[in-house]
Design a protein around this ligand. Structure first.
Ligand SMILES: [Zn+2]
Ligand SMILES: [Zn+2]
Length: 362
């Protein structure tokens, strides 16, 4: 079985697909799940999402485990035999490994209640979990508990980090478009340039609390010498430990932009919004008890993880816990072109989920 899971992981790794375009990945997963005789198989969930239900037939809680289907628009430079066969695309967050771990549980029926395996689309853009929740078909899955793991380079291989409370940050991308009026470079005073406002924006963002705003992109004017610019665009990512904190950052930046736009037309759009993931104390305790029972070492980790995870969206529906599984202290970082999921994590990841399931449904 372990060998099959590694082969599945490598097959997924070879054919990465972007968020929202995971049709081939979903087809592969659906085929593999059919062979495990689920009591219910839901496809097309929130896009290309797939869920399999294994029902004990006895009353009891529904326990959901989640993996992600999507890969990244980053070339795979791992150099491994199973490297991406799609130029410019790579499974560089390890979602291929998370899928293999979940597939290892397929066919398992809990002693009571139900187990749901959710293969969620579009995690990397923050759209997938919300789309799954908004899909009427999610109604038949409705978990009481939901668990997800993310592999974590920098932590010792196979060690587990979990805590109640904030597990990953809330974030949102802002596209700020400024429109004034172009002019001849010899007569800039006859136009309206966004340059002074952009300069103030850069200083303002740098003055905010550490790590709460990242200026990701700026573009102004044309690459010429005869034109004073009339337009600019900035991409800013805002980040906070809580959803309320993020809402305050957004309100403050909106007010600042309105005050500082002068005569420029201001157009702000929001992208890639992620809720904070807040681990439920009972769910987190189940994860830590499983780690303890299995004799898996605890990893030191400064919670919450600064990058966002859209798993937090499920906490409105279920007692949730997201935990981290060490990918090795020297392993390339997530989203690094050299990253490849360590196959050695498939067994401990699966064991953790099985133990959590046994504790809740046993
Ligand atoms: Zn990622
Ligand atoms: Zn990821």
């Amino acid at each position: 079985m372990k060998h099959d899971l590694i082969a599945l992981r490598h097959a997924l790794h070879r054919q990465p697909e972007l968020s929202g375009a995971e049709a081939g990945t979903a087809a592969l997963i659906t085929d593999a799940l059919r062979g495990t005789a689920p009591d219910r198989l839901v496809t097309g969930l929130g896009g290309h999402g797939v869920a399999a239900v294994y029902d004990s037939g006895q009353p009891g809680p529904t326990v959901m485990f989640r993996a992600e289907l999507d890969a990244l628009p980053i070339p795979d430079a791992s150099g491994v035999a199973h490297a991406s066969q799609r130029p410019g695309l790579g499974h560089l967050c390890g979602h291929d490994g998370h899928m293999a771990i979940l597939m290892g549980l397929a066919g398992t029926r809990p002693a009571r209640g139900r187990m749901v395996l959710l293969f969620q689309p579009a995690e990397e853009t923050g759209a997938g979990a919300r789309a799954v929740l908004a899909d009427p078909a999610f109604g038949v899955l409705r978990p009481d508990y939901a668990f997800a793991l993310h592999n974590m380079p920098g932590l010792p291989l196979g060690a587990v980090a979990v805590a109640a409370g904030p597990a990953s940050c809330a974030s949102v991308g802002w596209r700020i478009a400024l429109t004034g009026r172009e002019a001849h470079a010899a007569f800039p005073e006859t136009g309206q340039s966004p340059a002074p406002m952009l300069a103030r924006l850069v200083r303002h963002l740098a003055s905010l609390p550490a790590n709460s705003a990242t200026l990701c992109h700026m573009n102004m004017g044309a690459p010429a010498f005869g034109i004073a610019p009339g337009r600019a665009v900035a991409h800013v990512t805002l980040r906070s430990v809580t959803d309320d904190g993020l809402a305050r950052l957004e309100a403050d930046l909106a007010a600042w932009c309105a005050e500082n736009a002068g005569g420029l037309a201001l157009d702000i759009s929001r992208h890639d919004h992620f809720n904070a993931t807040l681990n439920d104390p009972e769910a987190a305790a189940h994860v830590d008890a499983a780690r303890n029972t299995l004799g898996i070492p605890q990893a030191e980790f400064a919670f919450p993880m600064r990058p966002s995870e859209d798993f937090g969206a499920f906490s409105a529906q279920a007692k949730c816990a997201l935990f981290f599984l060490g990918a090795g202290t020297d392993h390339p970082a997530l989203h690094d072109p050299a990253y490849d999921f360590p196959d050695a994590l498939i067994a401990p990841g699966q064991a953790m989920f099985r133990q959590v399931l046994a504790q809740i449904t046993g």
